[in-house]
Ligand binder design. Structure first.
Ligand SMILES: [Zn+2]
Length: 235
């Protein structure tokens, strides 16, 4: 309990020190980086056209914008902004800063903004990095499903027409061959439907989950189709 109070006291003191040092430094320009056109990824990665806006005291007269230690431009009219295209500068980490001048001759520093300029290729590669894993998951699940399906076939699990089966993970009716089958644990859910391969005809479809009644009816329908086939053969 006492330890906690001491920790809180220290935290308050640290905050006071931070606040008082901020006041001691006087006013500081605030910099805001906004995207006009392009991409901004995680970790401060940016590519395209961006604007840095500086704001400060009411008597702010002009602002010099710096990229690293190089003067980019000076704006003598509010709003104090600078627009730039990342492609015009070297890729990698950069620091934005600004210096403001007031009507009464004061010079004001600014907070800094860190950004990493990336090339167009890198920017699109970043989006690919997000898309590719999703595709890997989709195709991976399809592959696993396919393997289990063929394993079932090899095991001789192929069901005869009309056979009553269990559907531990739900089941659906194949839109291609109209035969019912149980879903696999690893099949993909898509808006209440499953992307699944049919163990009877082997075709992939997005199958709606069927009710137990529908599944049993489809089993019966298999039997009828089977009978029709036999009848055709015997005729
Ligand atoms: Zn089928």
């Amino acid at each position: 309990m006492k330890k906690n109070s001491i920790a809180i006291l220290i935290a308050i003191l640290v905050n006071l020190v931070i606040f008082s040092s901020a006041f001691a430094q006087g006013e500081e320009l605030t910099l805001i980086l906004t995207k006009d056109f392009g991409s901004d990824g995680f970790n401060g990665d940016i590519q395209g056209t961006f604007t840095v806006k500086a704001s400060g005291p009411a008597n702010l007269e002009r602002v010099q914008f710096f990229l690293d230690d190089t003067l980019l431009n000076e704006d003598a009219e509010p709003p104090f902004t600078i627009q730039f295209l990342t492609d015009n500068y070297a890729t990698g980490a950069h620091i934005f800063s600004a210096v403001g001048f007031t009507t009464d001759g004061m010079q004001i520093g600014s907070k800094t903004i860190n950004a990493v300029f990336v090339s167009k290729e890198e920017a699109s590669a970043t989006s690919l990095k997000i898309i590719v894993p999703i595709l890997v998951v989709v195709f991976g699940a399809m592959a696993i499903s396919k393997i289990t399906t063929s394993v079932d076939v090899h095991k001789g699990k192929k069901l005869s027409a009309g056979a009553t089966r269990s559907y531990p993970f739900g089941g659906g009716i194949c839109p291609k061959c109209d035969r019912p089958f149980g879903f696999q644990l690893l099949s993909l859910h898509m808006f209440g439907r499953k992307l699944s391969s049919c163990p009877h005809c082997g075709k992939w479809s997005v199958v709606k989950e069927a009710t137990m009644g529908e599944l049993r009816a489809a089993e019966q329908a298999e039997l009828d189709t089977g009978k029709t086939l036999i009848q055709h053969v015997s005729e």
